[in-house]
Design a protein around this ligand. Structure first.
Ligand code: HAM
Length: 433
């Protein structure tokens, strides 16, 4: 009987060695730009109490209703604390960062915490192009007392746009909107209900429920009929307070000063409950239905709602898989080449080859050897395959003379190097790098 082969869980990806250079290119670029903007990295666990996500993202959000991946402990007796709370894989980074901000009293340690994270997130969605169950985000959160400044909102948006540009993605559309304060949001909620009431039965079954539970979600609906109803509503921001309006105007002026093109979209409300004031989404139409490469906004009440101090916050997250799709394979990152490939022409020379290999690496050269024994021909084929710059051959003839043969794979030239000169030769090769 054949042993069972296991398959990758649906909606996840293996990132193979040949793809890693693209990933690390994105991560390295991101880290250096984030540093320029003053953000520092934070790493939180990939699972948290389910309640944390429920309370922050909102009971009626799609993610909480349908996409949470809950953790279950196997044996009750083993899992005292796992029993007490329900845990879930993190569907996003914001709630976890806020939890950590509160728990570590960051408000007492710094006036503005500018934090970033790069890592996997998990949502039990129906997988499709650009929509995965395990995906990766590059996210930032700027959290601090009295940090509600339109310039910080503009900084965060500009940073998102700048990162995408640095990743080679320039054909993006930025949509922005404001939800105003918590009170403004409540007024909007009421107004929306009034406007939708006569059309209620024409909404899709999901939206009829949303109408009852959280009417803002109707604005997010992808159903064509609901979209037409929403676009016919003539949403005017007349429910916004004067201060909120002024705040949003200042964000827009700051973006214009930086020559960042944007479109105002009154139907952009975002699918998560915690937003107040500015919300935004960056999309790339080449991506098809899952076209959002990043999104974010301000969330001034969340920290207090999760038991922390009354501080303001704003942030965003970009989806790495969608960035890679938007790059369309146009970005090529070359991997470092192997400097030397060692070939032992016979088992008896392997020991010396292995020792010299160690010396080459200690000297700073990228080196390897053919562990699979084989003819010189098959070993040379291996060296060609890994695109080695040099091949060092330890054969009977050379060893008898205390030498090694060194072949330059580009020029084809070959020379014999006495073992006592080897360190010098290795240094010469290092200089060529
Ligand atoms: P979000 O809009 O849910 O916001 O996700 C941000 C980005 O993550 C999306 O624009 C998309 O690029 C990527 N993304 C989301 N779900 C998936 C998926 N299933 N597969 C592939 N990519 C996905 C947030 O997560 C907020 N925490 C952003 C934020 C930070 N707001 C304030 N601070």
């Amino acid at each position: 009987m054949m042993n069972k082969k296991f398959a990758l869980p649906r909606g996840t990806n293996d990132i193979l060695p040949e793809e890693i250079s693209l990933w690390s290119n994105i991560e390295t670029t991101a880290r250096s730009i984030l540093r320029l903007y003053g953000y520092r990295e934070i790493r939180t666990p990939i699972f948290e109490e389910t309640e944390l996500f429920r309370r922050s993202m909102g009971q009626t959000s799609e993610v909480i209703q349908k996409q949470m991946l809950l953790l279950q402990s196997q044996k009750q007796s083993d899992a005292n604390d796992m029993q007490a709370a329900s845990y879930a894989l993190r569907p996003e980074g914001t709630a976890a960062v806020v939890r950590s901000y509160i728990e570590n009293d960051l408000d007492k340690k710094e006036s503005l915490s500018k934090l970033f994270y790069i890592g996997p997130m998990f949502r039990g969605e129906r997988p499709q192009r650009g929509r995965l169950r395990q995906f990766h985000q590059i996210g930032v959160e700027a959290i601090g007392p009295q940090s509600s400044s339109p310039y910080l909102d503009a900084e965060v948006i500009a940073l998102g746009m700048y990162l995408l540009k640095a990743f080679g993605i320039s054909h993006v559309q930025l949509k922005i909107n404001t939800l105003g304060t918590k009170e403004d949001k409540a007024a909007f909620y009421q107004k929306l209900r009034n406007k939708l009431e006569p059309k209620r039965t024409d909404l899709c079954p999901d939206c009829q429920q949303r109408f009852e539970r959280n009417v803002l979600r109707v604005l997010d609906c992808k159903n064509e009929k609901c979209k037409t109803i929403v676009s016919g509503l003539g949403l005017e921001p007349d429910w916004l307070s004067r201060d909120s309006q002024k705040y949003f105007e200042a964000v827009q002026s700051a973006l214009s000063d930086l020559n960042i093109p944007y479109k105002e979209d009154p139907a952009l409300v975002r699918g998560l409950d915690y937003y107040t004031h500015t919300v935004f989404e960056i999309s790339d139409s080449s991506l098809g239905s899952q076209d959002a490469v990043g999104a974010g906004g301000r969330y001034n009440n969340l920290v207090a709602e999760l038991g922390g101090p009354p501080v303001d916050a704003v942030g965003f997250a970009l989806g790495v898989e969608r960035i890679l799709l938007a790059q369309e394979g146009k970005i090529k990152v070359t991997e470092p080449m192997l400097d030397i490939f060692f070939i032992a022409m016979g088992e008896e020379y392997e020991r010396e080859a292995f020792r010299l290999l160690y010396e080459a690496r200690r000297c700073g050269l990228c080196a390897d050897m053919g562990y699979q024994r084989g003819s010189i021909k098959s070993q040379m084929r291996l060296a060609n395959k890994v695109e080695a710059k040099y091949v060092m051959i330890l054969g009977e003839e050379e060893m008898r003379r205390n030498e090694v043969a060194l072949k330059n794979m580009r020029s084809g030239n070959q020379e014999n190097v006495p073992l006592h000169n080897l360190s010098e030769k290795l240094k010469e090769i290092l200089q060529e790098k």
